[in-house]
Design a protein around this ligand. Structure first.
Ligand SMILES: Cc1ncc(COP(=O)(O)O)c(C=O)c1O
Length: 466
């Protein structure tokens, strides 16, 4: 069979993409018909296509390009130096490349709560799968073979590998993939605007979430519940900022029943919420932290798992008993990725990136708040440099639009025409600009969004829905 190369642009990269490339998170038929959106270069928060058109990437790629899309000479130099010295080594059988040692030490020193050791993977999904395996191994080691069920929340996003997708609380990641696997339980999403009941205060809603978690643990039997996986801010579920007092109440329940907390800091880690970690912004007390993305400014694949001393000791002693911890990836602790991650953290420190986020965040907040009174806008939520604007049919009842109308995705199409890339989660539009964005660039992003919102409103009026 011949390759399906479009005749209109026979030599374009876009047409070749259509012919040869199967994308993730993409309608494959549409890509085969239209071709990919080929990005050629970047500069700050902007990217440029094959045709030279400029777009503001309002999601920092996939919530990861903290330093933007332009070349970073320090990261180029770190990668080059490592590739010239030792381009590959692994971490099996007590071996390790030098930057991995330095990175582990750095991460343990930066941890928001006392952590003992760092373990490396290549993606957030792998980190969460690995954390889950560590927890099962640990409870076997501690002589609690029944304590294996793991709880995750509605609208959670923990990745796409078999366990991580099972932990994810979004049906699209389960349907027709024969997931979730066994022993995964689901608890509430802490989104007060969407799930708070009429007349219920935010604090009362948080209490209800914690009570429901406790009821679930008691119904299943505390001796069967190993851990809760949770993002400090739920990112891909629609930038859900936990209700006030949520984390202190959840923590109390977890401690009562000896349930470990895995803080999935894959988006929040490294400054996104205005602190090094979301754990600090929201007062979590994790036993395990998974992190990736901004760890290397998204520039090379690397993820880390931080474990506390109690977790480590159980893993250590069992590995001694069994003759080794029989888990590891060829690229666990890749020297080039580790050197780049280490240099990324040095850039964050030298350029005081957290201070920068804190100085820009009030402007980001003001720009977002300017949409509060818009007739289509229901919820405006933000922390640090991440947020979402949720569009609704009825502002007072919070009623959503019929999903068939695809209001959020339609706005995203209009935004595209105005040179803005943002992510729709149903009708919530997510913003997560590179951390290095300036106030002028944040205004530029929301200016483009404003034009797209206007187009969406006019389209809805024309269609008789607004
Ligand atoms: C909170 C969270 N955890 C895990 C993941 C999965 O990371 P990856 O895509 O690197 O596997 C993501 C990806 O967006 C994420 O947002």
């Amino acid at each position: 069979m011949t390759a399906n190369i479009q005749t209109s642009r026979p030599n374009s990269l876009s047409a070749r993409d259509a012919a040869y490339h199967f994308h993730g998170y993409t309608n494959a038929l549409r890509n085969e018909q239209d071709g990919g959106f080929v990005v050629m270069r970047g500069d700050g928060p902007f990217i440029y296509t094959e045709e030279g058109k400029e777009y503001f990437d309002g999601l920092a790629g996939l919530w990861c390009a903290s330093l933007g899309f332009g070349p970073q000479p320090r990261l180029v130099a770190a990668a080059k130096k490592q590739m010239e010295t030792l381009p590959f080594y692994h971490t099996f059988t007590q071996k390790v490349a030098s930057p991995v040692v330095e990175l582990a030490e750095k991460l343990v020193s930066l941890a928001p709560v006392p952590m003992s050791k760092a373990y490396f993977c290549n993606s957030g999904s792998e980190a969460n799968d690995t954390a889950l395996k560590m927890i099962w191994y640990l409870n076997n080691a501690l002589g609690r073979p029944e304590k294996k069920k793991v709880i995750a929340r509605v609208k959670a996003y923990h990745g796409v590998t078999v366990a991580a997708a099972s932990l994810t609380g979004l049906p699209a990641l389960h349907n027709e993939f024969d997931l979730p696997i066994a022993r995964i339980l689901r608890t509430d999403c802490p989104h007060y605007y969407r799930f708070g009941e009429k007349g219920e205060t935010e604090e009362a809603f948080a209490t209800r979430c914690a009570d429901n978690l406790e009821k679930l643990i008691l119904a299943e039997g505390p001796d069967t519940i190993a851990a809760l996986f949770a993002e400090p801010v739920q990112g891909a579920g629609g930038v859900i900022i936990p209700a006030k007092t949520y984390w202190e109440k959840i923590t109390k329940v977890l401690k009562t029943y000896d349930v470990l907390l895995v803080a999935d800091e894959v988006i929040c880690g490294f400054g996104r919420t205005g602190n090094w970690w979301g754990t600090q912004t929201f007062g979590l007390q994790p036993d395990i932290i998974t992190t990736a993305k901004q760890l290397s400014a998204g520039q090379l694949p690397i993820a880390a798992i931080l474990i506390n001393q109690r977790v480590f000791e159980a893993l250590r002693d069992n590995s001694n008993k069994l003759g080794g911890f029989a888990h590891g990836l060829t690229y666990s602790g890749h020297p080039v990725s580790s050197a780049v991650a280490l240099e990324t953290i040095k850039i964050y420190e030298d350029e005081r990136i957290i201070d920068h986020v804190r100085s820009i965040a009030p402007h980001f907040e003001r720009e977002m708040n300017a949409f509060v009174d818009h007739p289509l806008v229901g919820d405006v939520r933000k922390v640090g440099l991440v947020g979402a604007i949720e569009l609704v049919k009825d502002k007072s009842s919070h009623e959503s639009f019929d999903p068939k109308l695809a209001v959020g995705p339609t706005l995203v199409k209009f935004a595209h025409e105005h040179g803005l890339i943002i992510r729709p989660v149903i009708d919530s539009l997510c913003f997560c600009p590179p951390l290095i964005s300036t106030t002028a660039q944040v205004s530029e992003m929301f200016g483009r969004f404003s034009r797209a919102l206007k187009d969406t409103h006019e389209w809805l009026k024309r269609e008789g829905h607004a």
